[in-house]
Structure formats: C-alpha cells, structure tokens
Design a protein around this ligand. Sequence first.
Ligand code: AHR
Length: 554
Amino acid sequence: MNRRQFLRDSALASASVVLAGATRFAVHAESTPTDSRIEVLLDEPLGTISANIYGHFAENLSGVLYDGVWVGTGSKVPNVDGLRKDLIDQMRKIKAPVVRYPGGCFADSYDWQDGIGSPDQRPRRTNFWAGETSAKSPASQHYDPNQVGTNEFVHFCRLIGAEPYLAANVRSLPPEAFYRWVEYCNSPAHSTTLADMRAKAGYADPFHVRFWGVGNESWGCGGDFTPQEYAVEFRRYSSWLPSYGGEHLSLVASGPSDDEWNWTRDFFEEIVRKGTGQIERIYGLALHHYAWNLSRGRTQDWVAGKGDALQFEAIDWYELLRQGDQMEALVNGHWQVMEEFDHDHHVKLVVDEWGPWYRPGSEATPGDLLEQTPTLRDAVFSAMTLDIFNRHPEKIAMANCAQLINCLNSLYLAHEDRFVVTPVGYVFEMYAPHQGSQAVRTIFSSPSVHYDRDGTPASFWGLKGSASVRNKDLMLTVVNPHVSDARETEIVVRGAAAESGNITTLTHSDIRAHNTFQQRQVVVPRSKALDVKGRVMVLRLPPASMTAVQIHLV
Ligand code: AHR
C-alpha cells in the first residue's frame, strides 16, 4: 500500500567563537583539540528568513482540534473561550506565525458553512478520517461536531498572534463555496449578508485572511487529479475571488509529494497554457514530505515500511534523519523545475506538511488516530529540517509542521487536563529567534558519521545548521546527529566581534528519551551564558543534540 492508496481508502471508508580579521576569539578551553569547525560569513547574506516557515498545521483529525485545541467553553480545563489555555500560552512563547486549517485530507470534505452560526445549531458530519478510527476513539473523531469552525479557529489564531491559513475544498465543493468563504472572512463590517452573519457571531470586523490553500494533495485524497486536471481547476477556482480594500490573497496551489517532479512540471505547463500571466495568481506551491520508511530498502509499502516511534536503535535514528535530510534536495529540485516556467521565481515553495510518520502504538491517548509520541530523535529531525528551511530563504515562503498537537510530529500532547511540551515543541522555542532574521552563509566542517547499514557501510553528515542575524544579534543553530560522539567545535564568525552570548542545548543520554504526561521534563533545553569576551574558547556539541548559540555582536 502506498500513501495515496491509504488516503483513498480513508476517503472511501469515510562554538569556539573566532572572529575574523583583527579580532579572533573562541569559547571554552584554551587547549581543547577541535575536530570540527563552523564558519559564519556575516557578509554573505542569503535572504530574509520568512517567519512563516515556523508555521503549524491543525487538521480536524484525531485529537488535534477536539481535546487538543478545543476543550469547550464549559470545560474545567483552563481555557479562553473554549480554547486550551496551556496551548495558547505555549504558542505565544514560540511566536507561532501561521496555522494551517482545517486539513489536510479533511479540507476536501469540509463545508465551511457547517462551522458558522450558533454552535448548538451546527450539524454533525462524518469526519473524513472516520474510517481509520478505532473503538477507543471519541465520538468527535468519527462525527465532526463542528464546534470549531472558522470563527473559533480565527479567534484561536488571534489569541496566539498567528495568521490563519485556510485550505479550501476543491474535491467536493464548487468555486462558489470558496469565494463565499473568502467573503465571509474578509468582507467589511455590514457590507454583505455574510459579514452580518460574522458580526452576529461576535466578529464584526473582517478576519483579513490572506493565506488560502486551493485544495490539498490534489493528486490523492484531494480529488485524484492529474497535474493537468488540477491546473485547470486551479485556474477556475482562482479566476475570481473577492478582495477588499486592495487586500491581496496569497493562494497556495496543491503541489507534489516528495520527488514527484512531474507533478510540478505538468502543473506549471498546464497553468501557462493560458499565458504566463497565470503564474501571478499563485503565491506558493505546496510540497509535502514525510519521513516514514524505516525498512532500509526492504519495502515501499506504506504500512509495512513504517518504524516505531519509541522502540528504535541507532540505525533507525540515522535512517530517519537520512529521509528527513532529503528535504534539501526536494526544495532544490522542485525549485529548479519551477524555474523552467517561472523564470523570475514569482512562486515560492510552501512546505505545508512535513515530519516523521511512524506506525501506530505510541499514542499518549489511546484511540487518537495518527498520534505519536515524539522523542529526542524527532527533535533532532525537526531542528535539521528547520535549518534546511533557514538555508533557503529565497525559496521557501512558509512551512507547516504536521501536526501541532496530538498527531504526527506534534509540539504538544494533551488529553483533558493533561498537557506536555514534546521535544519538538522545545525545538520551535529554541529556533524562534531565526524568524524574520537575515540568513547568512555558514560553512560546517566535521567528520562524517559512519554506521553499518545491514552489512553495507553508510554515512551521514557530521554537523549542520544555519545562522541568521538581526541587527547586532547572531543566531546559530547546529545539529550533531552522532548518537554517541560529541564534537569539539571551533566557531568562526567573519565580519564582526562578539560582546556577549548564551548557549542553549537540547539533548539526552538516551536517544529514545521523551516527555510524557507523567514525566514532563525529561527532554528540556538547558541554557547558560557564554563568556565570549576576549577569551579563546571551543564549544562542545554533545552527541544527539541541537544547540542554539546567540551572540551579541559589536
Ligand atoms: O497529516 C496527515 C495527512 O497526511 C494529511 O491529512 C494529508 O494531507 C497527508 O497525506
């Protein structure tokens, strides 16, 4: 079974710091031998890192919305207007920039009109994922109670300070439903009947929703289109949408999975059949990449190839990272194909689903479909992925980790009054200072990791990361993927001198370490000040770690 079949079936079932030039300094011991070196080139900017690459994804699936985001207005669980307070507090802390909703595959079965109006009048509908749930799954996962609709979701976004990114239904609703949804969200107070309905719900002012997905995975659960067919639909759905006061809508076209270069090529080829001007309607092309096959080449079967989230060996650690590391080649590859048609790169990449995907079994809440418990491995994976995004600021406009809470690569797990930040959540916290900063070229030199892959020697890079600067603040993030070797690393910053700094590390002696409702502080970041002034120092990057070094420059 492949992922397309799986989704179709679901549908059917329902530092040392050394400064260049005159000044050189390093961090740590005077005579520690180093084996690695990181060189930050402040004079070689790569572009501004879009804050939105630190985005999230909250599908109406499993315990993501119900139990995760929404606990209900009458709940004893601390909430703000029915929305889980712990989640709001955490997402403010990580400066969550954007949240994608309501799917995923769910989006192409969803009628936004079911989710507006008085909550007690809203219909219950069979959830797209109902066929995948188990007897342990709560009713809300089979039958969507529609208590979270556009109003509640946009309110959630406002509370956390994020922009909403709504995915429109292309498989099962006409273009009219799409433009009416835009009208509901964005038409000025008192201007339209839909604006009046919005006002009746307590939202007189428009939501100003800018980001809209035109379908989701249109090659699979989103309609089983060919790229040419989808391009025709994209043109139709985008040929008229209301805009108010000159507000521009940023439309994201459903894009390829993994290395489906032909989806990208054929989609663009069909789009420009009506003229290259058509490209201007597209803000971003979605790219989805999940790391799921831990079979070491034994199978491509979507079910049999999966590994376990918690029970794994060092080899599974490296295999997962290798799959995640493909993201860089995917970004470069699709970008190159896009250039064949979009020479000026008007269209950017929107990686609106990414993360590891394991077999069932590690759910913090039994019955939660697709829920898995993230470990240190997933934190390293996530850090590595965010570093890839940071290194390609000119290409990637947005990215959304799949998914926010109680699902795949979740930042948080929650059930009733229990809530825990996963190691992935801490990565987003550590990496937040990169948002909106200027990425600068950084060179990582380190011995590679070597391991045995069923009798065949295999290797993986030794250190990688990214660096960015905002005013006088340098942010450097580095992943050491080696499960047992620390890296003694000299960090060279070319182009400025350092005044002060601090270092935050996320690691654990057990690569399987994770946080649970009972033990919430097993994998947590540790910070300390760095005395960078005038001393020669070297940073030790522990095995299986990610490190954020912040340096104030003069
Ligand atoms: O994130 C889970 C599912 O994975 C999404 O609904 C779908 O878009 C993808 O295949």
